[in-house]
Write a protein that binds this ligand. Sequence first.
Ligand code: ADP
Ligand code: MG
Length: 344
Amino acid sequence: MNAEVPHTAAIEVVALTKRYGEGKPAVDGINLRIASGSYCCLLGPSGCGKSTTLRMIAGHESVSSGDVLLENRNITNLPAAERGTAMMFQSFALFPHLNALDNVAFSLKMKGVGKAERQAKAQNLLERVAMGHLAARKPGELSGGQQQRVALARALITEPRALLLDEPLSALDPFLRIQMRAELRRWQKELGLTFIHVTHSQEEAMALADTMVVMNHGVIEQMGSPHEIYNRPVNEFVARFMGGHNVIDTPAGKIGVRTDQMQVVPADVAVPEGFASKAAVVTDVEYQGTYVLLGVQNPQAAHNANATAEASVMLSEEQFGKRPFVVGESVQLAWSPSVAHSLQ
Ligand code: ADP
Ligand code: MG
């Protein structure tokens, strides 16, 4: 593909802002281009503006300023039902008293579509998500996975160009959550639709997204593939929020080093040639099964019981077995400059 030509953006958000009152806006002038047919996750801590952004795209929230475009059409001021988007809510929000078929057909009923036509279309969609044989069941008679498929069929009946999902998995138990996210990913690929999925879970976003958008305080901190964001967080916030990283103060500024690429060297042993290093004291040794996690602190703070670990180092069981470290031991944190990147 020609690098000069960007992907067709299914959704484009331009200088989008939402103010609920005085003070800092809940969403503060964000710009986004989401490629057609991709899985995009909006990720960030609670209150950072993810749901507000999604609701402005969906038309469930008015914008204070800025624009939302769907396939180059400005939809900023269109009612939700006329945008070409559909929402899927937490725990799927199915009507408990309606069977699967009537749940799926519901929005067509609201639009005044005749019974035979809407039921035929709903049945067709249930078949597409392998639920045709359970059309007469009510949500309470379906498993979590089956309910998710009904919710998907219900969202698809309006033939949306983009599906918007607000924490759809967060109320599920951990086992089901992992199963359901694999299924969401599979359906997204099969349908070829653009999905925008809001989550506060880094793990969920990494498992699902083609593109991750990391938000904080109403702005976008970083946008990129899970691999880019995990390996090259641009700043301290992203590095800490994504986890698995150490943020180290050096005379040249803050750097990020992955916990599995950081090394610890006994105080009386030279660090490998070319490596940078910093004196430290071991404050925690945690056995984690396949690896051992060492917590270290700088020597001045190591005796302060309230000091949190300055860095975490992941050692394989084998490495740790060869040279076990103990709490209180003086060591050197050491890293190759090739695995360190500077943080803004
Ligand atoms: P997230 O989904 O990332 O947790 P939200 O988009 O729900 O965050 O909220 C962003 C900010 O806007 C929060 O500070 C929240 O309290 C505020 N907010 C959200 N909805 C409203 C509302 N309807 N009225 C006033 N403030 C709101
Ligand atoms: Mg939210």
